[in-house]
Write a protein that binds this ligand. Structure first.
Ligand code: C5P
Length: 400
């Protein structure tokens, strides 16, 4: 639903009993961060009060084409231009007929004619009215001849009048999901993205390990953003407390060696590799078979050896994917990031100031500077979810 953030939605409500579901739809849109303006027909106001929808949307409800006060606020042409999308739910048989005939005899039909935004229509009516040849004709003509018009539903089932059949308005949640889907840009359609995320654990003995504070939130947000952008996504994750994002395939690993093995195993299918994991730089030179006992000594020494550099190994491959790394630094951020971009043979690096306690490791917010060979882009502090979307958009633009 994050795709609805700041989206401008006109919700048209016409006069049907399903109008009570529109209140829930407004609530879902608002919860997802959309800006909603409700437009009601006169008949809709017989079913649900404008006051309810005004309270839920936080905006004045529009209903009249001829109200000088409302027109002075946001006139119908301005409203038509303002919208990113126009959803009519519920849409009655009468409204569909008027839409089909190109009438502009109330504010809602006028907006439908005047807007360049796509129009989505969720019908709601008695099953016989839906099946009527006139309604079917109007729906078919609108679908075939007016490309900006799409129908959502109706669902079939028990109706308010007691009939059973097609004509129920889709549930508010389903309409909200479909609305969100219309905004997915699908920038990475057809691409396969592999992402490492979270920390690694380097075992000392059967009960102890060396690790770090990485929460995995940034990598998981990137996996979601890549999936929403249409990519096939594989997440190679160290131990974290996060659920696997929807429609993402996940491989859980513990150590850097296991992460490397999982990364290399399907690398030939990968178009974009994003190394977001906080891989432990070193691991104990050997893992004790039994729990290490404390002796009489006050000190204890550990011999550590370097872990493989996973992302550098990826970027060494002859047909390397577009490779994106992260540089988490506490000082000389950009300088160190640029050095890593070239030493690891990366295409892009996201520099991340982990010295700032408001952002970084365990926080939900972050800020990044994206550096490629000839470009530098600052992404201001925001949620990891939004940053992940911006990163994916930038990667899509840089892809050859
Ligand atoms: O060298 P440094 O750890 O700062 O580099 C960070 C980048 O390299 C991140 O993208 C991280 O996921 C990746 N990396 C890796 N394998 C390592 C160390 C870091 O893939 N052993």
């Amino acid at each position: 639903m994050q795709r609805l953030t700041n989206k401008r939605i006109i919700l048209g409500i016409t006069g049907g009993i399903a109008a009570y579901k529109s209140a829930e739809l407004v609530r879902l849109y608002k919860k997802a961060g959309a800006d909603v303006r409700v437009v009601m027909t006169a008949a809709a106001m017989e079913f649900i009060t404008p006051l309810t929808l005004q309270a839920l949307s936080g905006n004045m409800v529009h209903s009249s084409l001829l109200d000088p006060e409302a027109e002075a606020g946001m006139g119908h042409i301005e409203l038509a231009r303002w919208a990113d999308i126009l959803v009519v739910a519920p849409a009655t048989a009468d409204f569909i007929a008027r839409l089909h005939s190109g009438m502009a005899n109330d504010l809602l039909t006028t907006l439908c004619l005047a807007t360049n935004a796509p129009i989505y229509v969720a019908p709601a009516m008695n099953q016989a009215m839906w099946r009527a040849p006139q309604t079917q004709h109007n729906v078919a003509q609108l679908t075939q001849q007016i490309p900006k018009t799409t129908f959502w539903g109706p669902d079939a089932g028990e109706q308010a009048c007691g009939d059973i059949g097609p004509g129920r308005m889709m549930e508010a949640q389903a309409i909200a999901n479909l609305t969100a889907n219309t905004f997915s840009k699908k920038l990475l359609c057809g691409k396969t993205v592999h992402i490492t995320a979270g920390p690694t654990r380097e075992a000392l003995d059967p009960v102890r390990y060396i690790s770090n504070h990485s929460s995995g939130k940034m990598g998981y947000a990137i996996a979601s953003a890549a999936q929403e952008a249409g990519a096939k996504v594989k997440l190679i994750s160290g131990p974290v407390n996060l659920p696997c994002p929807d429609k993402v395939s996940r491989v859980m690993v513990e150590s850097a060696e296991q992460m490397l093995e999982a990364v290399l195993s399907e690398l030939d299918q990968c178009d974009i590799f994003i190394g977001c994991a906080a891989v432990a730089d070193f691991k104990p030179s050997s893992i004790a078979t039994n729990k290490i006992k404390k002796g009489a000594d006050h000190t204890m020494s550990l011999l550590l050896v370097k872990n493989p550099d996973i992302i550098a190994r990826v970027a060494q491959q002859p047909n390397k994917p577009f490779t994106v790394g992260f540089a988490a630094e506490t000082q000389n951020l950009l300088e160190h990031a640029r050095a890593k971009l070239s030493s690891k043979n990366l295409d892009l690096i996201a520099a991340n100031d982990v010295g700032n306690s408001e952002i970084g490791f365990n926080s939900d917010a972050n800020a990044l500077t994206l550096i490629s060979a000839h470009q530098q882009l600052d992404l201001a502090q925001t949620s990891k979810t939004r940053l992940a979307q911006q990163l994916i958009e930038h990667i899509a633009h840089l892809m050859p």
